[in-house]
Design a protein around this ligand. Structure first.
Ligand code: SAM
Length: 215
């Protein structure tokens, strides 16, 4: 597991390379397709990286009155995100966080909470804290929209996951600190109604797309 300091250092150095993670694309498209973003008014993204998803949403999907807030631990990512969202000065902001996934965002103010390929690098304890924060920040009926590495579904993807886990065990930074996990295992059933839970394989790398409505 990467410490907060390690994660910040890694992603500061990784920067724009994050946008070349080709295996993420199919899951991101699925998330955009099923997240009902055309009706969103206020989006929060945790671990926004370079702002790639935010920029796609703001340019192509979101209504003109929808506001976006991104949060990331890496100053480099925050700068890249701000640069990408410069066209939307009144609708988008990106904030740097310190590590613990506690958000300086008003309770019940958002209708979408997004996080892609971030939970898989947090500790189990931080995943629980983050999901509680998502629950707090979302208004009733708001959507939790998550994607991340998961367990393999086919023989090939199971093999890829086996190798991935082996590398992670030796040195987590070689795989960006990410390890495959099942997000639904962390959801409290009295808080969330699952609308979509799908495993999507791309280049034999399995990703879980999870969309849940706050009860
Ligand atoms: C694998 S990248 C994913 C970036 C982006 N969501 C995407 O899908 O392209 C993980 C991102 O999470 C950020 N991150 C890692 N640990 C974090 C933490 N504790 N708090 C906030 N951001 C974090 C990293 O800086 C990085 O931008």
């Amino acid at each position: 597991m990467l410490t907060y300091k390690d994660a910040q250092k890694f992603y500061d150095a990784f920067g724009e390379k994050q946008d070349r993670q080709f295996y993420e694309e199919s899951a991101i498209i699925d998330l955009i397709t099923h997240g009902n973003f055309a009706e969103a008014k206020n989006i929060v993204e945790f671990g926004c990286g370079t702002g790639n998803l935010a920029s796609r949403l703001l340019n192509d999907v979101l209504p003109a009155d929808c506001y976006y807030t991104g949060v990331d631990i890496s100053p480099t990512m925050v700068e890249l995100c701000r640069e990408k969202l410069r066209r939307f000065p009144d609708r988008a902001k990106c904030l740097q966080s310190k590590g613990q996934p506690i958000l300086n965002i008003t309770s019940q103010s958002a209708d979408r909470f997004i996080s892609t390929y971030v939970l898989d690098l947090l500790s189990g304890e931080d995943i629980t804290i983050l999901l509680n924060e998502a629950y707090r920040v979302l208004m009733p009926g708001g959507y939790l929209c998550l994607a991340g590495l998961t367990h393999g579904a086919s023989a090939t993807s199971r093999l890829v996951v086996l190798v991935w886990r082996g590398i992670y065990r030796i040195r987590p930074s070689l795989v960006g600190g990410c390890r495959p996990l099942k997000i639904t295992g962390y959801l409290k059933t009295d808080q969330w109604h699952i609308l979509r839970d799908k495993v999507i394989e791309s280049y034999a790398v399995p990703s879980e797309v999870l969309i849940a409505r706050k009860v």
